[in-house]
Design a protein around this ligand. Structure first.
Ligand SMILES: NC(=O)c1ccc[n+]([C@@H]2O[C@H](COP(=O)([O-])OP(=O)(O)OC[C@H]3O[C@@H](n4cnc5c(N)ncnc54)[C@H](OP(=O)(O)O)[C@@H]3O)[C@@H](O)[C@H]2O)c1
Length: 244
């Protein structure tokens, strides 16, 4: 049997690191041609070189609609879009609602929500009608944390965006992967001892009491790209975190 993504072109925005990089590796292994994009040219170049094979890359900043439009113009025709671009919009640490700076609170939505909307809009010029779009949120959508109500709102909004887009963009399929804790470069700024202790506390109650490897999350994106009758769905991959 030929690899399941033979002859397909896959674009991964956020593919220079973490979950997106693992998706790019998985799609290449499944026979696809892959184009990655992210905002730092050096990261795109390093990741493209590491991917090798049928991978290429280009710089795109999803905070800037012109940049997104130019990226898709250059990319041409393709089959599947994966969007894993993420930052923390200055909101990584918990903060009290009474102290919210409303002028900057919207920043949390800039990359992960509005960036996804921008990518969906500009993907339409090149995506195949039997293709798919898979975006990303996180289990904070379902398990709110003290000090992070806006993160829950943003992650929940992505799920409802996907439900709306699945209807609006049909027959293009639109889905979202909702990861639990994943050991990616996003954690590399945290000193190892502190990181290990925080992760231990965060995952100890889970049925699978560990953080995920990015490849375990990438499987969900690869499945959704190939799942030709699945649209408007949230695929939670969280080691059972949301069960208890
Ligand atoms: N890791 C976890 O535990 C976890 C859990 C739940 C949900 N998630 C979500 O999953 C997504 C991916 O997380 P990750 O852990 O893989 O993070 P990561 O390793 O930090 O990767 C994030 C990617 O997004 C790109 N990016 C950031 N800002 C961008 C922009 N303005 N324009 C284009 N690309 C941009 C980054 O590259 P550049 O810096 O070059 O732009 C990088 O390629 C995020 O939305 C995150 O919130 C992660």
């Amino acid at each position: 049997m030929p690899p399941r993504m033979q002859g397909k072109r896959v674009i991964v925005i956020g593919g220079s690191s973490g979950i997106g990089f693992a998706v790019a590796q998985g799609a290449l292994a499944d026979g696809a041609e892959v184009v990655i994009g992210s905002s730092h040219t050096d990261k795109v170049e390093r990741a493209t070189a590491r991917l090798g094979g049928k991978a290429s890359g280009a710089t795109v900043d999803v905070r800037d609609e012109m940049s997104v439009a130019a990226f898709f113009n250059r990319a041409g025709a393709f089959d599947h879009l994966v969007f894993t671009a993420g930052d923390w919009g200055g909101f990584r640490a918990p903060r009290a609602t009474a102290e919210l700076d409303l002028a900057s609170a919207g920043d949390l939505f800039t990359v992960r929500f509005w960036g996804a909307v921008s990518a969906m809009k500009h993907a339409l010029g090149g995506i195949a009608s039997d293709g798919s779009i898979t975006v990303t949120n996180g289990v904070v959508a379902h398990r709110p944390r003290k000090g992070a109500p806006l993160s829950t709102a943003m992650a929940g909004a992505i799920e409802h965006l996907v439900r709306g887009m699945a209807v609006d963009l049909a027959p293009i399929r639109v889905n979202v992967v909702c990861p639990g804790l994943v050991l990616t470069e996003a954690w590399s700024g945290t000193p190892q001892a502190e990181r290990d202790e925080r992760l231990r506390r965060m995952v100890s109650h889970q049925p699978l009491a560990r953080a995920a490897d990015p490849h375990e999350i990438a499987e969900a994106y690869l499945h959704l790209m190939c799942a030709s009758y699945t649209t408007g769905q949230v695929l939670i991959v969280d080691g059972g975190r949301t069960l208890i």
